[in-house]
Each structure stands twice: as structure tokens, then as C-alpha cells.
Design a protein around this ligand. Structure first.
Ligand code: CTP
Ligand code: MG
Length: 227
């Protein structure tokens, strides 16, 4: 039986956010931001393990109570997100056929329902896939001067989210083959290896906390779920 493992890269420094601690440790409704992320993944019944990858120099993780039964911690984060995922995959010791769901620590408003939809859509898939959102707005291309040079037809355009779900063996091979600078997400590594990940519709709540202005929305979404 293949296992389902959530792999959560959390070794970034949050430079765009610009807080004294990395954004994944900001307090959100009484818990560190990424506690909410890890908690949702733990609540998915079919997920066997939630593996978080933190930086070897992480000074914050041990300050908090995590109390999540499926959690394992790996201090093997790297210089880029792709490196953190690569190192995490190695540290996990997953079987080649195990499913790995890579999910950004900073997407703390993920829902159990969205993860289950992804897992259901991919259960028999030969490649794997990702949650993504059809682009809702009209898309403009800018010239070098802050003016519109073209309107890009949005038909067929999707915004990639996470989790991104692939078999451990396939993903490790694709990540090892691709150049780090070409790999912006797991799907891009699989694409570089010549395969076509499946797009599964996610939702707008599963956004990535990137800037300070994103916190109010994350707070409101999490608070609304507690009620
Ligand atoms: N990440 C990681 N290792 C890195 C860089 C990023 O594990 N070397 C993780 C982050 O912790 C985050 C996820 O990848 O959960 C998505 O990255 P991003 O939102 O870009 O976070 P940061 O890199 O921390 O932020 P920034 O790019 O603003 O510095
Ligand atoms: Mg980053």
C-alpha cells in the first residue's frame, strides 16, 4: 500500500514580508501561522504523515507547542524552495510509489475539502497534479514603462497553488534532473521531464501569505472557520 505524505517546505526567510521572524512563525489567532497549515493537513484522514522542512539554523520552531500527532520535523532546508523540497524528500525515506503532497507553509488557509478533492482527482493518475485557480481577471502585459503593451487572453491560464501531488520516486527524479533556477514549483520540474500534471480547481482562500497586507484576510478566514 502506498502512503500519503504531506511535505511542507518552511525554510524561507519571508523577505517580501519583512518581519523580524520568518512569516511562517507570525502569530495568527493564537498560533504560529504554519500551525494552521500543518493542522489542516493533519486533519485529512488519508494523510499518514505531515513532514515539515525547516532551516538547519531555525531559531523559532522549538519555542512553540505543535501537538499534531502526524508531524515529523526535518532540519534540512536549503537555499531555495526547490532545494528544501529535494532535501526533505531524501530525509523522509519515502517509498518510490508513495504519494507526496508538497504544500507551502505560508498557505495557511488551505481547506481539508480542497486537499480531499485533489486526492480524489489524482487517485488513478499516472503523473499527478496540483491545485490551481483559473485566472479570474483580464490579464495585461506591461511594457518597460508601466504601460499596457497587450491584453493577454486569459482563456486557458491558471494560477498554480499547492498542494502539488506526485509519486515520491517520479518527483525526486524530476527535481534531481532539473536546474534549480528553472524549478519554481514541483509541477514545473515534472513538466521539464516531459510530463503533463493535471490541474485540479482550488479556491481563492488558498492564497500564499506574502506581504503584511495579506495577514488581515488570513486572520478573517481562519476566524470564520472556528465559528
Ligand atoms: N521555502 C523553503 N526554503 C526556501 C525558500 C522558501 O522551504 N529556501 C518555503 C517558504 O518557507 C514558504 C514556501 O517555500 O513556505 C513558499 O515560499 P515563499 O512564499 O516565497 O516564502 P519565502 O521564500 O520565505 O518568502 P520571500 O520569497 O518573500 O523571501
Ligand atoms: Mg521565496
Amino acid at each position: 500500500m502506498s502512503r500519503f505524505i504531506a511535505l511542507v517546505p518552511a525554510a524561507g526567510s519571508g523577505s517580501r514580508f519583512g518581519a523580524p521572524s520568518p512569516k511562517q512563525y507570525l502569530q495568527l489567532n493564537g498560533r504560529p501561522l504554519m500551525w494552521h497549515t500543518l493542522s489542516v493537513l493533519s486533519q485529512v484522514a488519508a494523510i499518514d504523515e505531515v513532514a515539515v522542512v525547516i532551516s538547519p539554523g531555525d531559531e523559532w520552531f522549538d519555542d512553540y507547542q505543535w501537538d499534531l500527532p502526524k508531524l515529523s520535523v526535518h532540519r534540512v532546508g536549503g537555499a531555495s524552495r526547490a532545494d528544501s523540497v529535494r532535501n526533505g524528500l531524501r530525509a523522509l525515506g519515502a517509498g518510490l510509489d508513495d504519494w507526496v503532497l508538497v504544500h507551502d507553509a505560508a498557505r495557511c488557509c488551505l481547506s481539508v475539502a480542497a486537499v480531499e478533492r485533489l486526492m480524489a482527482a489524482l487517485s488513478d493518475d499516472a503523473v499527478g497534479g496540483l491545485l490551481a485557480l483559473p485566472v479570474p481577471d483580464t490579464v495585461k502585459r506591461a511594457d518597460g514603462d508601466g504601460r499596457v503593451s497587450a491584453t493577454v487572453p486569459r482563456q486557458g491560464l491558471w494560477l498554480a497553488q499547492t498542494p502539488q501531488m506526485f509519486r515520491a520516486g517520479l518527483l525526486a527524479e524530476a527535481l534531481d534532473k532539473g536546474r534549480t533556477e528553472d524549478i519554481t514549483d514541483e509541477a514545473s520540474a515534472i513538466e521539464l521531464a516531459g510530463m503533463k500534471p493535471r490541474l485540479v480547481e482550488g479556491d481563492a482562500q488558498n492564497f500564499k501569505v506574502t506581504y503584511p497586507r495579506d495577514l488581515a484576510l488570513a486572520r478573517a478566514i481562519l476566524a470564520s472557520r472556528k465559528e
